[in-house]
Design a protein around this ligand. Structure first.
Ligand code: AMP
Ligand code: MG
Length: 525
């Protein structure tokens, strides 16, 4: 597909989103996907557009003014591609809530093709573009509500520095979609260096196709982990590299209070990106066991379970890669020869081993930065955990606690109400907080930074603005009434989560209102 985008100076820019770039996912062959057109939606309209994502593709910020672009990202033009290849829906499998679910696949996503800009290749994918051979019981669609949530969260996480798929735009339509109630349809365009999931590997393992598994692994190594090619066992090296990226990702989630909500293996990115935003949530009042997904009755994917869940998922990936591990010069073990050798199993387990240490060191260093501690000292861990204990007991807001902590001076005047400032107001247990603050203050004395330096450093890692559910909900409700200005405003605030943005504080930087308690989000909307 060649898309002509008009630039500000009126010149036309031809943006080529194509299926035939060398080493593309589409070049892997028919066993990996089905080709089909998107199903058009009536009267598409633009709901949200990320100028920053457009820039990644080399497009102007006003690219969305072009009606052809809206038709294209609505999925309405892909049938016209008489000569060029159709989009692809990829096949994968996975473990859902700890249980093998068999074949899943892109049930409502279609990859239009790839685009290269400044040396980076991006896959461009529509989500909610209609039925595919993998839709199972679903309708292939996404509703406006969940599409706005994915759009905003992708861009918000990116602004926080967390690796994620990116969102380019949301296109809406009056097409009715039945969920718990009837809602309207939307299509999100998202981009990523790769949309390959752990579940893609599990799929070809389960199908006993080590040949396809190797093709997939070679593709991923070539595109995402080129350094693994030179390792003595490239597939083992791949497993180790994915293990480290996944550990880093989850440590970052924990540090910003992000809960994914559905960490099934089909929602785990081989590139270490946050992918498939569904019933995600950011922590408001701190609860280590917070469950953001209303359908997750056992709390499998609760906030404090995320590191463990990621590790569990890596075991599934390791199992998927077993037929490739320990092969000599590409000579594959026959997957029919049911049991992988003990040596391969031991090697795979070894490759996962660094997870715990990597996760812990990444998380600890992010945590120290959140507390403004530039050095590592005995007792730091206990001190930090004590604050989490108080936050848990008082249900203190996660984001505001850390943001306000930066205002605490290391010199006390003697009146805790004044000394401990606005952060103290978040804790009902004032004496408990004051006692902790005294110890924290004592600890700060041994830091080289003065208050101003420390506050500046802390404010670079402790966001002031996060995508709280109620903020997304306000933007969604207005968008459902055809007013998209709040989607745009919120996107702009979330672009700079660490900046003061004083005029945004009252509307976006405060505690959630009472009505936010009643908001529920669940799977596959
Ligand atoms: P999720 O956990 O929401 O990422 O989705 C799990 C599986 O269900 C994937 O194969 C999705 O493509 C599929 N799926 C989710 N929602 C729908 C839908 N509305 N129509 C078709 N497939 C869907
Ligand atoms: Mg998914």
């Amino acid at each position: 597909m060649s898309l002509t985008v008009k630039q500000a100076d009126g010149a036309a820019l031809t943006a080529r989103i194509v299926q035939d770039l060398p080493r593309s996912y589409a070049s892997l062959g028919d066993a990996f996907f089905s080709r089909l057109p998107a199903t058009p939606i009536p009267a598409p309209y633009l709901v949200g557009f990320s100028a920053e994502t457009a820039r990644l593709l080399g497009w102007p910020a006003d690219a969305a003014d072009d009606p052809a672009l809206i038709e294209y990202f609505a999925g309405n033009l892909s049938r016209d591609l008489a000569t060029e290849a159709l989009p692809i829906a990829t096949v994968y499998s996975g473990h859902q809530f700890g249980v093998w679910a068999g074949q899943l696949g892109d049930g409502r996503a279609l990859t239009l093709g790839e685009i290269e800009h400044l040396g980076t290749r991006f896959e461009v994918q529509l989500k909610g573009a209609g039925l595919t051979p993998y839709s199972r019981m679903g309708d292939g669609r996404a509703v406006l509500r969940s599409s706005i949530r994915e759009f905003l969260a992708s861009e918000a996480l990116h602004a926080l520095g967390v690796p994620t798929t990116r969102a380019l735009c949301v296109i809406g339509s009056a097409l009715p979609i039945r969920r718990e109630t009837v809602e309207s349809a939307a299509v999100v365009t998202r981009i990523a260096t790769s949309f390959v999931r752990f579940g893609h590997f599990e799929h070809f393992y389960a199908r006993k196709r080590p040949d396809l598994l190797q093709q997939l692994a070679d593709h991923v190594i070539e595109r995402l982990y080129p350094a693994c090619r030179n390792a003595s066992d490239p597939y083992l090296a791949l497993l180790e590299a994915v293990t480290l990226r996944t550990a880093d990702l989850v440590a970052h989630w924990q540090a910003v209070g992000f809960c994914h909500g559905v960490m099934n293996t089909d929602n785990m990115s081989i590139a270490g990106l946050t992918i498939d935003y569904g019933p995600y949530g950011f922590l408001d009042g701190f609860d280590a066991a917070h469950i953001c997904n209303h359908s997750d009755s056992s709390g499998r994917y609760a906030y404090d379970q995320q590191p463990q869940s990621a590790y569990w998922n890596l075991f599934c990936l390791a199992q998927g890669l077993l037929p490739l591990i320990g092969g000599k010069q590409g000579a594959l073990r026959d997957a029919e020869d049911s049991q992988a050798s003990e040596a391969a199993i031991a090697a795979a387990q070894n490759a996962l081993e660094p997870f715990k240490e990597r996760y812990t060191s990444q998380y600890q260093s992010r945590l120290r930065a959140k507390f403004g501690l530039g050095t590592q000292q005995d007792g730091d861990d206990a001190l930090m955990q004590r604050l989490f204990g108080l936050m848990q007991a008082c249900h203190a807001d996660f984001t505001l606690t850390f943001r306000r902590l930066s205002k605490l001076s290391r010199d006390a005047g003697g009146d805790p109400a004044l000394d401990n400032g606005p952060v103290r107001d978040l804790f009902l247990d004032r004496p408990g907080f004051d006692a902790w603050a005294a110890d924290y203050r004592a600890r700060l004395q041994s830091e080289g930074m003065d208050d101003v330096q420390r506050a500046a450093a802390m404010n670079q890692v402790n966001p002031k603005y996060i995508l709280r559910n109620h903020l997304a909900e306000q933007a969604i409700r207005q968008a459902q009434n055809k007013d998209f200005s709040e989607v745009e405003r919120l996107l702009l605030v979330l672009r700079h989560p660490f900046a003061e943005q004083t005029d945004a504080e009252a509307a976006y930087g405060g505690l959630p209102p009472d009505w936010a308690q009643a908001l529920e989000v669940s799977c596959s909307s």
